[in-house]
Design a binder for this molecule. Structure first.
Ligand code: PEP
Ligand code: MN
Length: 328
């Protein structure tokens, strides 16, 4: 075993028996828990919806053939029942299901009423929106319902709208320090190129594991084609993961990750502002208006100075920022 943390890898979706077996075979040097979605919660009803219960047989075959554990996503109590019958080792709750606490409670209650002795763990992804309270609450619903069993409940950070949302994970870590926290860089990034740097970040932040979408032919995948990497690429990533820099306190490393995320947003926002400025310039040119309207600029500045006061930022800083933006 190369990676000493929890590694979950496999395709976004099981597509055929051959595809599942080929990916599982290619992943064997890493000995991961094999993942494959069977019931895919897709936005578009015309796109591939997953193979459904039929894929459970293929997961069982992976288990028997490679001796590894397997994981799939559940969204209904019926999915849970079918997975338990098929001896699926890990179940995960997807980001879409995680937006509804009533459904989460139903799933937690269903699990509590079934014999879950063959199950190894429940993974709970963060919801689609950046809502730490909801994510923490969902995990508590499972932990409470399963308190009489030894079944571990784990958290998976998959971000929102391709933003990492490190702050949300940090809140979870602080409030539920005993819950293992994994990273899903695939859905977080939405693009294959960003998977490696995010895996490195998870190592630097001392997260407890990874769930990575892998496919032997990513470009032909029936779902999430742009974000899947090959098993060989995953092997290379795992082999080159950095050791965390323990000379820097862990909380500082997390805060720096949050700061980088905010700065990236800031640049995107500035870029968006520049683009709007350009369009304003076009309209003014078409209408034969002057480039600068003094009253408008003063009005903007006064409103922003008011915001500065409300947010405890010095007026001079705001003046400097707006003058610089305006000049640019
Ligand atoms: C998945 O893991 O394939 C998936 C659908 O993820 P998420 O719920 O994070 O979008
Ligand atoms: Mn996916």
């Amino acid at each position: 075993m190369i990676y000493h943390k929890l590694l979950i890898a496999g395709p976004c979706a099981a597509e055929s028996q051959e595809q599942v077996m080929a990916i599982a075979a290619a992943l064997q040097p890493l000995q991961p828990i094999f993942r494959a979605g069977l019931w895919k919660p897709r936005s578009n009803p015309q796109s591939f919806q997953g193979v459904g219960a039929e894929g459970l047989k293929w997961l069982l075959q992976v288990k028997q053939h490679f001796g590894c554990e397997v994981a799939t996503e559940v969204a209904t109590t019926e999915h849970i029942r079918l997975c338990l019958d098929a001896k699926t080792d890990y179940l995960w709750i997807g980001a879409r299901t995680a937006t509804n606490p009533i459904v989460i409670q139903q799933l937690a209650d269903a699990l509590a009423s079934y014999d879950t002795t063959s199950l190894k763990g429940i993974l709970v992804k963060n919801p689609m929106n950046e809502d730490a309270k909801l994510w923490i609450g969902n995990i508590q619903r499972f932990s409470n319902a399963l308190k009489d069993s030894d079944l571990p409940v784990l958290a998976v950070l998959r971000g929102c709208n391709h933003h990492p949302c490190w702050d949300m994970a940090y809140q979870l870590r602080s409030q539920l320090p005993s819950v293992p926290l994994l990273l899903d860089p695939s859905h977080m990034a939405g693009m294959a190129d960003k998977v490696a740097p995010l895996c490195c970040q998870s190592a630097e932040l001392e997260m407890d594991g990874l769930m990575v979408e892998t496919h032997t032919q990513p470009e032909q995948a029936l779902s999430d084609a742009q974000q899947q990497i090959t098993p060989q690429q995953l092997l290379a990533i795992i082999q080159s993961l950095p050791s965390p820099d323990r000379s820097v306190p862990l909380s500082l490393r997390w805060l720096r990750a949050m700061m980088d995320e905010v700065d990236e947003d800031l640049w995107l926002t500035i870029r968006k502002r520049m683009e709007i400025s350009r369009r304003i310039g076009e309209v003014k040119r078409e209408e034969g208006m002057q480039i600068i309207q003094k009253e408008r600029f003063e009005h903007i500045l006064n409103r922003r100075l008011q915001w500065a006061q409300e947010n405890d930022i010095s007026p001079q800083t705001i003046k400097d920022i707006y003058n610089a933006l305006h000049k640019e």
